[in-house]
Design a protein around this ligand. Structure first.
Ligand SMILES: [Zn+2]
Length: 170
C-alpha cells in the first residue's frame, strides 16, 4: 500500500465526521504565514489551528512571484491583515550554493532542465528573512495596511525569534 493509498483510507474514515459548517475560506484570525515546507515547522508551534490562517509554503519560505500571488489573494480576496514570514535554522537551502544544487539535481535527473529553475539558496537565515520582507514590501499592491513581520524558527528549541526590520512602504 502506498502512502497515498493510506491517505485515501484515512479520508474515507474522516469524511464520516466532517462538518463543513466549522470552516470558512477566510482565515478566522486574518493571518497569512509564508514559511518553509520543512516537516519540523508546525502550525501547532505557532498556536494556530485549522481555519486560523493561510499557510503559503515553499522550500525556504521564499517570497517568490507565486508566493506573492497567493498573499495578494489572501489579503485582497480573503481578508488577511497580517503576514508572518518564517525561515528556520538547519534549512536545506543553506546546505549548498545555487550552483551546487543545480549540479546535484542535474546529475540525479540525468539531464539539464528544460525550463529555468532557481532554488533561492542562502547562507544567513536572518538576512534571508530580511530579503523576503523587502521583496514583499517592494510590490506596490502590498499596501501598508498589510502588516509584514519576519521570524527565524529554531528547529532545536522550538523558539521563534523576530528579525528586526523597518518597513519603508509609503
Ligand atoms: Zn527549510
Amino acid at each position: 500500500m502506498s502512502v497515498i493509498d493510506e491517505v485515501l483510507a484515512a479520508n474515507a474514515r474522516y469524511k464520516e465526521t466532517h462538518d463543513a459548517s466549522l470552516y470558512s475560506p477566510s482565515p478566522r484570525r486574518h493571518l497569512a504565514v509564508l514559511m518553509c515546507m520543512d516537516t519540523r515547522l508546525l502550525s501547532a508551534a505557532l498556536g494556530l489551528d485549522f481555519g486560523d490562517a493561510h499557510f503559503i509554503r515553499n522550500a525556504g519560505g521564499i517570497a517568490t512571484d507565486d508566493a506573492i500571488r497567493s498573499l495578494l489573494v489572501s489579503h485582497y480576496m480573503l481578508g488577511t491583515k497580517e503576514v508572518m514570514v518564517i525561515n528556520h535554522t538547519d534549512c536545506g537551502l543553506m546546505k549548498a550554493t545555487e550552483e551546487e544544487m543545480h549540479q546535484i539535481i542535474e546529475t540525479k535527473a540525468g539531464r539539464p532542465p528544460n525550463m529555468p529553475v532557481r532554488f533561492h539558496a542562502f547562507k544567513d537565515v536572518a538576512k534571508n528573512v530580511h530579503e523576503q520582507l523587502e521583496r514583499l514590501a517592494s510590490h506596490n499592491w502590498v499596501r501598508k495596511e498589510l502588516t509584514l513581520r519576519g521570524f527565524v524558527y529554531d528547529v532545536t528549541t522550538g523558539h521563534l525569534t523576530e528579525v528586526p526590520w523597518e518597513c519603508k512602504r509609503s
